[in-house]
Design a protein around this ligand. Structure first.
Ligand code: ADP
Length: 242
């Protein structure tokens, strides 16, 4: 729906908290429509980088651009990126339909337009039969799909996902992974996905960025990283020891 937008240029971006460097000179070109995963152990700077892309955290130095235009000075609410986080709460008193359409009703879009868009989203995440239920009547995986539909409803150029499956048990994770991958294919939006789970990264991503101590260790397709890890850290992290 928004496939003419959504490339990101991250240029020499750093983040300091006091004297502590959480993100260290990251350079990254993200293609529009790509499923890009930031993969690394806890504390490697994944969330900090994602929050700078979202606009929730100021960058200390460097620049971030959307489709070639700098957005470094643009506040989060004007960037309009979609977001799905672990435990990102749905409104418990609202139906699935109203949860999904929330961002559009806040933007005062016409009722008919909201209805049409929400129907499209319900179909996308395969929850057509659940439109009138409340979140509490859904499974964890279904709730996560409502959050996804809500985040995609206003056609953001980029969707940011931070460990969205972290709270789900193993079996459900694999199921939602497959659905997420399928949804990405159908919607064509740029997805930037943060995880420390290498299986998740390998199974879903077009490209993976391996991070360590705030810096990029390696960037490549799952196949490239698995076949030719740049070093022992990457090899060990991908569960492959040479
Ligand atoms: P990850 O998402 O890879 O687990 P984070 O980006 O959350 O890593 O954190 C990277 C590093 O920055 C960690 O050492 C963390 O403690 C530190 N950090 C994150 N946010 C802050 C903050 N607001 N103040 C100080 N240090 C922070």
């Amino acid at each position: 729906a928004n496939s003419d937008k959504g490339s990101l240029q991250v240029r020499d971006v750093s983040k300091f908290f006091g004297t502590f460097c959480a993100v260290n000179g990251v350079d990254l070109e993200i293609q529009r429509g790509e499923f890009l995963t930031l993969l690394g152990p806890s504390g490697s700077g994944k969330t900090t980088l994602l929050m700078m892309i979202a606009g929730f955290l100021d960058i200390t130095s460097g620049d971030i651009a959307l489709d070639g235009t700098s957005i470094s000075g643009v506040p989060a609410e004007k960037r309009n990126f979609g977001m799905v986080f672990q435990g990102y709460a749905l409104f418990p008193h609202m139906t699935v339909r109203d949860n999904i359409g929330y961002a559009l009703s806040v933007r005062k879009r016409p009722e008919a337009e909201i209805r049409e868009k929400v129907d499209e989203m319900l179909d996308l995440v395969q929850l057509v039969d659940f439109a009138d239920r409340k979140p509490g009547q859904l499974s964890g995986g279904q709730q996560q799909r409502v959050a996804l539909a809500r985040a995609l409803c206003f056609e953001p150029p980029v969707l940011l996902l931070d460990e969205p499956l972290g709270a789900l048990d193993k079996k459900l994770r694999v199921e939602v992974q497959d659905q997420l991958k399928d949804i990405h294919k159908r919607v064509g939006t740029t997805f930037i996905y943060v995880t420390h789970d290498q299986e998740e990264a390998l199974s879903m991503s077009d490209r993976i960025v391996i991070m360590r101590d705030g810096a990029i260790e390696q960037v490549g397709t799952p196949y490239e990283l698995y076949e030719k890890p740049a070093n022992e850290f990457a090899a060990g992290f991908l569960g492959k020891s040479n």
